[in-house]
Structure formats: C-alpha cells, structure tokens
Design a protein around this ligand. Structure first.
Ligand code: AMP
Ligand code: GLY
Length: 421
C-alpha cells in the first residue's frame, strides 16, 4: 500500500517510522516532512493550504491512505475534503475537530453531558469579562477560544494579569476574538490520555506526560513540549475507568447525538485532582512529543490500526504494547519559544551510534546537499525505551552530548517526577 502523512514534526517522523515497519506498506509520502522523514519516505513539498493541489498529487500518485498529523488541517476540514474526493483518510472531520478548534465548543459539550472540567464563564464583551474578574478568586485561567499553537492560555495570578489577558485576546493577539473563556484554576497533576476511535469503538492508545515549560524545574515559557515520558505515573485501573466513563465515552456519545462520528486519535489533556480526572482540553491528534514516546512501545502493525479505524472495524483488532518505559528529550534551537536562528548546520548526526531501543526523530530539520540544517524551534527528538526511566534518560543525555550542537539547548530533567535522584 501507499500511505501519505501530512505534517513535518517529530510526531510525523515517528508515524512514518512506525509505518515503515509494516509489511503491508510499500511507499510512504510525507507532506512536507523533514530531513528525518526524507531518509525513509518521499518528502513532497506542497502548500498544505492548497487542498486541491494535495488531492491532485494523491490521486495521480495512487496513494491509498492519508494520515493527518497536526491540528490545523483537521480544523480546516481536510478530512471532509479528501473524503469528498474518495480518498481514504484517517483523522476526525471538521465538525469533530472543533473539540480542539474551539475551547468553547468543548466546554458546552462538557456542560451538556456532565463531563468534569473546570468551572467557566464565556464572555463576548471585554467590559463584562473585566467586571467578572474583579470579583474572582486567583489564580484564574483565561483562554482564547480558537487554535493558538498552545499560546492562548493565561494563568493569571493577579487581577492585573487577567486584565492584560482579556485585552490581548480581544485585541486579536490570537486572531479575531468574538469571545473568551474565564476558567477556575485546577490544582493537581497533569496527564495526557490517548485513545483511538473508529466512531463506534474506542481503544486506549497509552498515557504520557509532557514537560511544556522551556526551563528545568518546569519553569519559564510555555512551549510545544520539551520532552515527555510514557506511561504516566498517575495511571491505574481505577483512574482509567473514571477517565473513560466520565470523560471519553460521554464525549464520543455526545458527538454522535449531534450527528458527528469521531474517527481518529483523541488526546485528552487532564488534570488529576485528588484522584479525580478533570478535562483541561481536547486535542484531535496525537501529542508531540507524546507520540514520539508512545509509538516505539507499539507492537501491533500501525497500518492495520489506521485501516481498522477507517473501516469501522477497530473492535476486531487487539492493540499490543511493549511493557517498557519510554522517554523523550527535545533538542531545541537556542531562543525557542521566542526568536531563534534558522539554517544552522547540525554536524555529527551521522556519527551517532544508537541501539535498537533508541530513536532520533527529526522535527525542524532540512537536508541541503547531504547536510542537515535546523529550520525550526524544536529540532530533534531523542527517544529511548528501557526497563526504567533513569536509564533511558542517561542514554539520551549521552547521545545529545555526543552530538554537541552549539546552537541547541535541552532540559536535562525530563521525567524528574518518575526518576528518584
Ligand atoms: P491548554 O492549552 O488548555 O492545555 O492549556 C495549557 C496549559 O495551561 C495546560 O497544560 C495547563 O498546564 C494549564 N491550564 C489550562 N487550564 C487550566 C486550568 N483550568 N487549571 C489549571 N491549569 C490550567
Ligand atoms: N505536547 C503537547 C501537544 O502536543 O499539544
């Protein structure tokens, strides 16, 4: 079979790599991919906003299945478009993707189906929001409604912070804003829970925890993710049952009642408060870098999983996992998540020797005349599977030290909550 993947991050390299292990997959195409995917797939440089060009390429290259990695094309309705053109595609459609595309859509769903989440208010006028926050307790959370690449969330410690947040959102910092969310601050520990769905059956796709802050000790600015580990230490049978019964199943059922069939990955960002799960947000895709730690644990052929979802046959498939610990450290360009330099040469990558339990997934890289350059903020993902998290972290740190990339920085404390010092 010929398979295409949309995206260019570490998540897509990891998916590409998993597909490459499948006996059924003949060719893999990546739209547009990175220097890592280029070694195991054909990178196709197309403007992803131009759905028509993409469709023409898929049809003329006879690609049998498309997998959509990132949220933006999903929220923009790429799945509906490709399906309308008789192309098999894995991912949720435009209506279902509102779970990530509109925080207010999700909050309303939670309200309707009693799904535990932080108490909230929706405001369409800044003076009303300003009045409300004067009477609120702090900390308080203020969120822009739409996609904001992880940046539209303000944890406000003071009324002054909240006033700034309201002003910035309504001034259009994250795109035109007709409303915003004010949320109660939940105190607990975060966990990411993943499922895969064919619309009728859902199956667990493992747990992970990521480190979003740029600096060690979970300090500094919010990023896309500086590292992750799987499984989450918070996972047990009792909490999993609560997550499924109180959050995931009512969501899928609620969508169904609105005529929406959810096919794809569903990523629940949760806050566990005194052993009770609360939904913080939904993402309609795999996490990045969570995908990079989860996929190396997968034993089942990933293509069969995607096909079973597209064909509504997930109930017939057993998904098997290696019982290992997995950890990922992301090497970033200095300056990220703010300004950073691009087109910096990365030497020594080809000299790195890794075992079959270690993986290097590229993100913001490009290959120019057989040399690898950085072109993004998150550049390389170093992953290791091991019996324990400490060994995995030590191996990765050795590898990154060997690479010795001057322009990079990374967190050495990934997984500190699951590693005893
Ligand atoms: P989100 O983009 O909604 O996942 O929010 C980004 C981060 O903000 C989350 O990963 C949490 O760390 C934090 N956050 C969001 N909402 C809340 C909340 N209601 N209470 C506490 N922390 C929150
Ligand atoms: N690592 C967070 C995300 O993928 O949204």
């Amino acid at each position: 079979m010929k398979v295409g993947i949309i995206g260019s991050g570490g998540r897509e390299h990891a998916i590409c790599h998993a597909l490459n292990k499948s006996d059924i997959v003949k060719d893999v195409f990546c739209f547009p991919g990175n220097a890592g995917t280029a070694t195991i797939a054909k990178n196709i440089d197309l403007n992803l906003e131009d759905f028509d060009k993409l469709k023409d390429f898929i049809i003329s290259s006879k690609i049998d299945l498309i997998i959509v990695g990132p949220e933006k094309p999903l929220v923009n309705g790429i799945v509906d478009f490709l399906k309308d053109n008789n192309i098999k595609v894995f991912g949720p459609n435009k209506l279902a993707s509102q779970l990530e595309g509109s925080k207010i859509f999700t909050k309303k769903l939670c309200q309707k189906y009693n799904i535990p989440t932080a108490n909230f208010g929706i405001f369409t006028k800044s003076h009303e929001a300003n009045e409300f926050i004067k009477k609120s307790k702090y900390p308080l959370v203020i969120k822009a409604d739409g996609l904001a690449s992880g940046k539209g969330v303000y944890i406000c410690k003071t009324q002054g912070d909240a006033l700034t947040a309201i002003k910035e959102i309504f001034d259009g910092k994250f795109g035109k804003a007709e409303n915003l969310l004010v949320e109660e601050f939940l105190e607990g520990e975060e966990m990411s829970y993943f499922v895969i769905s064919d619309g009728n059956t859902i199956k667990n796709f493992e747990t992970a925890q990521d480190h979003k802050q740029a600096l060690e000790g979970d300090l500094g600015k919010n990023t896309g993710g500086m590292g992750a580990y799987s499984p989450s230490r918070l996972m047990n049978k009792e909490i999993e049952k609560k997550i499924l019964d109180k959050i995931i199943k009512p969501t899928i059922r609620g969508l169904k009642q609105a005529g929406i069939n959810y096919v794809g990955f569903l990523y629940a960002g949760l806050m566990i408060v005194k052993n009770e799960p609360f939904l913080i947000e939904y993402n309609v895709r795999m996490g990045d870098p969570e995908c990079q730690v989860i996929l190396p644990k997968l034993e089942t052929d990933i293509l069969n999983i995607f096909l079973a979802c597209c064909d509504g046959k997930l109930d017939e498939l057993k998904i098997k996992w290696h019982d290992k610990k997995s950890l990922c450290i992301v090497l970033c360009a200095r300056g990220y998540p703010d300004e950073y330099k691009k087109n910096i040469l990365i030497e020594n990558l080809d000299k790195i020797k890794i075992t079959n339990r270690e993986y290097i997934y590229h993100a913001g890289t490009i290959n120019v005349e057989n040399k690898i350059y950085s072109i993004g903020g998150r550049v390389l993902n170093f992953v290791c599977l091991s019996e324990n998290f400490l060994d995995a972290r030590i191996k990765i740190l050795d590898t990154i030290k060997f690479l010795n990339w001057d322009n990079g920085f990374y967190r050495k404390d990934i997984g500190y909550k699951v590693i005893d010092k």
